[in-house]
Design a protein around this ligand. Sequence first.
Ligand SMILES: *Cc1c(COP(=O)(O)O)cnc(C)c1O
Length: 328
Amino acid sequence: MPNKISLAALPTPLFRHDRLDALCGTRVWVKRDDISASGAAGNKVRKLEYLAADALERRATTLITCGGQQSNHARATAIVAAELGLKTVLLLRTADPASPPPPVGNLMLDYLVGAEVRFITPAEYRERDRLMAAVAGELEARGERPYVIPEGGSNGLGSLGYVDAMAEVRAQLDAGLADGPAPFDAVVHACGSGGTSAGTALGARRYGVAPVTHAVAVCDDRAYFEAVVGRIIEETVALSPELDRSARPVIHDAWKGPAYGLPSAEQAAFIVEVARKTGLLVDPVYTGKALFALSRLEPKPKRVLFLHTGGLPGLLAQSETFAGFFGS
Ligand SMILES: *Cc1c(COP(=O)(O)O)cnc(C)c1O
């Protein structure tokens, strides 16, 4: 098994709320990975426990990664790098690099911890792996030791963080924190680059956390994620051969909303209702769409583990999306 370093505040708690159950139409335990750390909070920090350990073992001096302009993964990577004394180069997708986006939300934190941000177009982003390799070559020529982390930290190594998260949930079930040791009926979570989905499916099988895991796509489609998650599962099993390579998530692509990062009017209203009735904050890019999906899922699993994978900084950058609800 690969090594990891401790970056997250674990175990993350399980949150219950009667009014959340009512909004979702079932009994929900929220796994609070949104408070897995301070600035680096969210699902990416579990992946980074393995990825950063590998980078340190290879004596890296700079982490290179990529994402959208409000990438939670890029922000978590930059903050972890600062903690470890490493530099960061982020390739961030934006509509027009000539007019850079405002430094708010995740981007504000990227700048705060001193990441070098390079904006790229959506067309260039499709070539992200090649572009990150080119940046690595450039840094090597300057005497740096670069370490490239793929989009979302989603490779076999990163996904081990979610295998471990399921072991953590198994211990919480055994400790009686979710009405006894019986498995949940399902796990539900948002899916953006596939690593959380791969690790959760493998870990839920390995530790008897639930017989099915539902991955709610926020971009691309089911065929795309079946291929991507299948590949990550193969990589993960190669690193940890006791895992069952036949484990697979159920991937849903009906709740992506109008575009990546944008909720439908119904999804936005749902996010506001959850906040106002329960105090739980879910974001319009990932967790709000996934929780909305749970509220619509049929047939409805009876005891559900919902992975709250984070996203608060991105929510803070989207005041226009919710402006219609303010003052009301
Ligand atoms: C990245 C992210 C996800 C999706 O996880 P993947 O492993 O990339 O599929 C879900 N929620 C939040 C808040 C994220 O930042």
